[in-house]
Design a protein. Sequence first.
Length: 1007
Amino acid sequence: MTTKLEAAISCKESYFKINGKSRLVISGELSYFKTDPIEWEDRIRKLKASLLNCISTYVPWGLHESEKEQFSFSGRLDIAEFVELMKQNQLFGILKPSGYVCDEISGGGFPSWIWAEGVRTRTGDPAFLDYLHRWLDTITPLLKDTQITEGGNVILWQVENEFGFGNKPYLFQLANRVKELGIEVPIVLNNGDYYAEEGLLGAFDYYPTPAPDQIREVAAYFQNYRATHPDKPIFSQEFEAGWLNTALSSDVTTMGHLPRVWLESLSKLAFINGCAGLNYFMFAGGTDPGMQPAKFFPNRYYNEAAIEEWGELGELYYRYKTTHAQLLSFESLLVEEPEIMTGSEACVEGVPSEVLVNLRGKQLLAFSNASDEIQAFTWESELLGLVPTLTVLQPMETKIYPLHVLLHAGLKWMHSSAEILYRDAGVCIVFGEIGQENQLKLVWNSEFLPHVVDSGAVQTEWRANELTITFTPQREDQWICLDAYRIMMVSRERAMHTWFGPEVGGKRDLLISDLYYADWSDSDDGHIQVEAELGVTHALTVIRSADASMKQMTYTAPDAIAADLQETAEIMKWDICQDWEKSFVSSEAAAKKTKLGSSFEANGHNDCGYAVYTSEWISDGEEQQLLIPEVNDYFDLFINEEWIASGQRTMKLRLNNLIAGKNSLMLRCYSTGHDKDMALDPALSGMMLPLYVGALHYEELVSWQQKMLFTKEEKDAMFEDKDLLLSYHDNGYAQAIGIDIGGLGKETGNWSSFEFGSEGVLIKDANIDYTGSGEVLNRTQFYADAKYAGSRVLLEVRDADLIYALYVNGKHLAAIWQGWSNWGFENSPKYWDITSLIQFGESNQILLRCLMGPRGGGVLQPASVSFYKTAIEGEANFTPLASGIQAAIEGELGTYEQGSLKGLIARQEGSLIISRSQFAYTEWADLVHPMYIELEGVQDFTLIYVNGELIGKYYPGGYQRRFYVWRSWLKEGDNELALVGKLTSSPQPCIKIGCYHVKMKDRIVLN
């Protein structure tokens, strides 16, 4: 008996079944919170026009509950309205409300206040789960009725993101929680099938490196996944469709330019090799306003997306639209024909070795160029009944050719050198390169040949009931009618700019054109909405689905107002001031003071300002050693009012020429709110551990031993009878499964010693699968001389693989979860004060219990212990000053510690300057004119405000110099731009405003 859920959405076969029909899920990521709400419907319609059938979005906890117990679901956070717009446009939805979302936003989506609560995020910590459950208990009922089982459009639900391996109980309790709250649709987890159990759908992120030699790897990946998961839909929750950039990178992305043809090939290769669904990430670029981006990420999120941040359609958009039309034309074949043949199995001759051959169900033939040179070849297949046919492939290009496909009851397509764009029971569109001759082979299955009419430049040849059509694509559309069936022959460029009406009875109205954009959504009155170049004439071919009738016409977009639009204006007049009006700055941008404390005692994190600390200590000599164990980002060190050094996160250095007696120290921290470079886990702004001075002794721990604690099979057996365990990150886990850590540490047998190598160390003589599901124990010892009694003892762990428990002399000291196993502690040292656990005059033992990751669950660099004479710590000794830039915005630069803070900045980098200027803005209802602010010649970090809204952070040398300005931030008439930074560089900076691209919005009469 079919259940309510299975009738709506089922994942129990190799393809998704939605409302009883097997479907390909072709989805695109569109983040509502990164998009101006005014533009939501525009972006949704443009995604739909590209023939996507689904939209996916994360739902970040930290934005919706930015203040503790105060939830916001309005404005750009009105997720319910966003999902309703998706439904109105007949698009499925994938919702991803969780604690951690990543999405390159600050804190990975966690609210900043969570770090003040002393909880361990992404674990079974009961205190953390209380907060997380409160969020789930709020957001889930709000969106429950959007499920397809409730008459809505949401087909999948995600409860965590990119979690890594190891903590099944944590994820399963999240899944169970939302199920209890009424979520019925399949719950998806993007960790492959590691967590997939009954009711959970395993998915994966897919970001291969663009390169010709990766073409075969892509095909093999999906084929292998299909072979090992024959009864589950293969779904990529994040599928490469562009790439991100860092704020300091001067290139378009951190992988450089991603060839458009490569990205187009990826989706073709995925679906032809068994993929059931994918979610392009990101299909539409967005904006992370103000301080929303993660550390060192720009405000512009995702470069080279199909739809740019400001809404412009790029080449990739048109390539994807063409691919989607092809795939949906053969959707039934893809979801019903499981057989996939590759290479020689396909029995196609004449294909060079540089070209990959895939054959799906003997009806879809794909060629992929796995080289960096153009491949031109003539192929044939006696077995498949294919005569010699020419194909030309650009580097990394994939072309799909249908074979032996029924077009309608009396007409069968055999094969062609041209590609099919679209087909239904009344019309077929084929396309090729301009000037390149193509042949099309058809069979007419009737004793009476059809009446043939064509556009004049088409050649036809009959042999019995077989018809060969020869044509050469031109700038003008060509056509041939066989009785009532119409075949259009167009150029690739016009195929890419063909626009599709809504599907009715398996057919669509069609507009073949060179138009930038056309929207059929409101075409019932005989009009369609278009966006076009001002004053340009376009040739249009309209085909009606009802009878395949055709109308050819021209359209010229108006240009009367073009002269009235000022494309670019340079801002010349500035009001330079040192004071700031509080009313100008939104409350969200207000600075929060940083206070000293443990790593979770913060009242929020403070992005991109400064936290300045001062203190004094007594030195008994001219030379001592200083340890800065942990600062959350870059910092500058001043001793006795002189600059000594700058560093990142941690530093050891010798201090020379100290004063015998009182010495002063100042530490200026660049507070960006994340605990390690390029990661997304937030921490304190500024200092995180005390500073230590006067080292007496330093010792490296190089003699480690290892033993296998659990294999994957042993651990799985432990879970069989336990529905929910405590997190792996604490000692309660060891107790829950009956492990005596102290006893393990004292064992002498079954330990294998190793030495450190340049590649790090992996487990030796152990049968491991590197899935992250085993555990490894690491042991070392050191002697603490009694003469050091009374000193501080610090332990440094430089690099280990997925640490989650640290023990000293059998006592649990710390629990650390690194998330991504290959990050570990690489280039990110961590220090622990182990003074209270040390036995002076005796040998001491350190145990490190690691979750087995790709690097083997071991210690990968020597650790160390150090004995220090004293430590600078505590609120009484350390005085935190105001936090530079953000404090200045609140007016505190002139009133709070003005002398020391301003003097320090002026002495080192020049004074902060707040610059303001007026600019005019006019809204044209019939014009697309997204506005930008461009900074040229600005040499320092600068904050950008529009009408009091912090919209962006400028990093000198970075790729982003233009900042998209949301329409909802602007007002008709006068607007105010303000820059906060050190704008005293020479030459004088140039600030411009302008428009990215200007298009005319119009309505065309088609009847």
